[in-house]
Design a protein around this ligand. Structure first.
Ligand code: IMP
Ligand code: MG
Length: 184
């Protein structure tokens, strides 16, 4: 853990602990960037960042890419049915680029139930891309309700609510440089 992480932790009584330090995030991000650069050598993939949570990850990931690529953004929200996600996703902001015959990489912050991602893969698939793969920083695998393929996975994490590095609780904590666990 870096000094910065410790400092943040001391300042905020609602963060229980650091789950993934900023050093570990930086290292893993660059490993994933290198993997993508190798796998997409010769192609110009479109990285589709799912807003809002994935914006920090996308920014760090793309700075570790050594291949030409494009970025575009989508914003989605899940319709909630009671306390559980229904899997019906509303598109708040759609892509600007045409993905027909293009290699698409969906960049997600976290895969929880898998319902959002599953919907997105199906929806983008109807636009006839050449390929669709998923690059997710965090995988809460034990919370999965719908099986989804994750081609590039940063970290597998336990079923706890995490914040920081783009992820929020009530729009707060996105700016934390580490992934932290909130006090229950
Ligand atoms: P899913 O459809 O259940 O996989 O939900 C995925 C979305 O829920 C993510 O893109 C996040 O926006 C949000 N989410 C799930 N778990 C967490 C968490 O632990 N912290 C913050 N956001 C989360
Ligand atoms: Mg998200």
């Amino acid at each position: 853990m870096t000094y910065d992480d410790q400092d943040y932790l001391r300042r905020d009584p609602l963060i229980e602990r650091v789950l993934i330090s900023s050093d570990d995030l930086a290292k893993r991000c660059c490993q994933m960037g290198n993997e993508l650069s190798r796998d997409y050598d010769g192609s110009v993939p479109i990285l589709v960042c799912i807003l809002k949570g994935a914006y920090v990850f996308l920014a760090d990931l793309t700075r570790c890419l050594s291949i030409d690529h494009e970025v575009d953004f989508m914003a989605v929200s899940s319709y909630e049915g009671g306390t559980q996600s229904t899997g019906v996703v509303k598109i708040i902001k759609d892509l600007r680029v045409n993905i027909t015959d293009r290699d698409v990489v969906i960049v997600e912050d976290i895969v929880d139930s898998g319902l959002t991602l599953s919907y997105l893969i199906d929806m983008l698939g109807t636009r006839s891309p050449r390929s669709i793969r998923v690059c997710a920083l965090l995988d809460k695998v034990s919370a999965r309700r719908k099986d989804v393929p994750i081609d590039y996975r940063g970290f597998e994490i336990p079923k706890e609510f995490v914040v920081g590095y783009g992820l929020d609780y009530d729009e707060k904590y996105r700016n934390l440089p580490f992934i932290g666990v909130l006090k229950q």
